[in-house]
Ligand binder design. Structure first.
Ligand code: 5GP
Length: 182
């Protein structure tokens, strides 16, 4: 397929920021255990790199959500496709998310996990599209702020569920935009 795109964030830039964040989190959680919760599916690659940059005892639990149905804008009605498998009560939770757009998906996830009475809860997000925010969300760190463009690569999918394996984060040109994302 002849895809047209522009590189927004290179693999090299991603790697540097992820490693810096890993070092920060190592310091922050020093002496503590952390339950890292990547949000499937888009955050799997970011989380895989991030946990290898964290030198603290880490467990990984997955949460799956489908935030986009037929529509190209988030409805806020998030469907849970996979839940965590052990009690999160009194645990340090680190939510790892690919992108915050309207904020509705992450707000839903934070509320859900907060109801399980963790010791602490923080969210780290790879990409931030602040211009589209409709709800306030508590973000511990966002790595890159991007314009309101549909992006794929480094775990994020595009048309047909493809393009997650691109090492860079790229913006699809207008004619390619056609979202379905989980
Ligand atoms: P929100 O609920 O914040 O509007 O949407 C967040 C979710 O929408 C993200 O977790 C992601 O799955 C999806 N999403 C938002 N923008 C993009 C984008 O540009 N590319 C891709 N692949 N997914 C996106």
């Amino acid at each position: 397929m002849n895809i047209k795109y522009d590189v927004l964030v290179s693999a090299q830039e991603i790697s540097e920021k992820v490693n810096t964040l890993g070092a920060e989190l190592t310091e922050l959680y020093s002496g503590e255990e952390v339950v890292v919760i990547p949000i499937l599916r888009g955050a799997f690659m970011f989380a895989a790199d991030l946990i290898r940059a964290m030198d603290v005892p880490v467990r990984v639990e997955f949460l799956g959500v489908a935030s986009y149905g037929e529509e190209t804008v988030s409805s806020g009605e998030v469907r849970l496709t996979l839940d965590t498998s052990f009690p999160l009560h009194d645990k340090n939770i680190l939510i790892v998310e690919d992108i915050v757009d309207t904020g509705l998906t992450l707000a839903y996830i934070q509320k859900l996990l907060q109801s399980r009475k963790p010791k602490s809860i923080r969210s780290v997000v790879l990409l931030d599209k602040p211009s589209r925010r409709t709800v306030e969300v508590d973000l511990h760190r966002t790595l890159f702020t991007i314009p309101d463009k549909f992006v794929v690569g480094y775990g994020l999918d595009g048309p047909g569920g493809f393009w997650r394996n691109l090492p860079d984060i790229v913006a699809l040109r207008e004619e390619m935009e056609n979202t379905h994302s989980e």
